[in-house]
Design a protein around this ligand. Structure first.
Ligand SMILES: [Fe+2]
Length: 213
């Protein structure tokens, strides 16, 4: 029977990536912060925040207020993102950094599946090539047919993203993701930031705007 079966792509989830300009410089700055933080931990005045979804070490959520280097990094990233927003014509007049932090994963450290719950999240893969862990996007679907030649998918609801040192990956903060355990003895370093859209920041009369909602 010559039956025509039509395929419909129902949902497409987008993610974007670019290579961070001046990656070597930012990498050094971030590694210096980790050195200082690890040293503080050894001498019992740690500011490393206890693990949550990320079962590794990390700096505080408000790292852009604690470290001038991170403030410069987030401002550089914000400029890149604002240009990209214009190009893509997204309705996002102003993006504010909600929080940001550095993660460093030693052996067997990992991140359990989680969401950030914001408009836009980014992960800057600072030093990941010498360690052995993968960033996965996870879809909460259960059963589906997978083509035999699909060798990029570990499981039918996980998508591995190939990144290198310097890659910045941007995605909806509502996308579920995880990091597999670091199977190497080398530390894996990433930087994460969350952004929220502020529609009021650019308006002339914020009170009036609020009342008209
Ligand atoms: Fe995350």
């Amino acid at each position: 029977m010559n039956l025509e079966i039509t395929k419909h792509n129902i949902f497409v989830e987008e993610a974007w990536s670019f290579i961070m300009p001046d990656h070597e410089k930012w990498s050094k700055e971030i590694k210096n912060i980790i050195l200082v933080e690890n040293n503080k931990e050894i001498h019992n005045h740690t500011t490393i925040i206890p693990a949550t979804n990320v079962k590794a070490k990390r700096t505080a959520w408000d790292s852009h207020f604690r470290y001038p280097q991170i403030r410069s990094l987030t401002s550089e990233l914000s400029n890149i993102i604002q240009d990209w927003i214009k190009k893509e014509n997204f309705d996002a007049p102003t993006l504010q950094v909600k929080d940001c932090w550095i993660n460093w994963y030693d052996k067997n450290n990992h991140a359990v599946p989680h969401r950030h719950g914001v408009h836009l999240s980014l992960v800057y893969f600072v030093d990941v090539e010498d360690s052995k862990a993968d960033f996965l996007f996870i879809r909460e679907d259960r059963y589906e047919l997978i083509r035999k030649e699909n060798n990029e998918t570990f499981h039918n609801n996980m998508k591995y993203v190939k990144v290198k040192n310097g890659t910045v990956l941007m995605f909806s903060g509502d996308s579920m993701h995880s990091v597999t355990p670091n199977l190497s003895n080398n530390t894996r370093i990433t930087f994460a930031a969350n952004y929220v859209v502020d529609y009021l920041a650019n308006t002339e009369n914020k009170t009036e705007k609020l009342l008209n909602v």
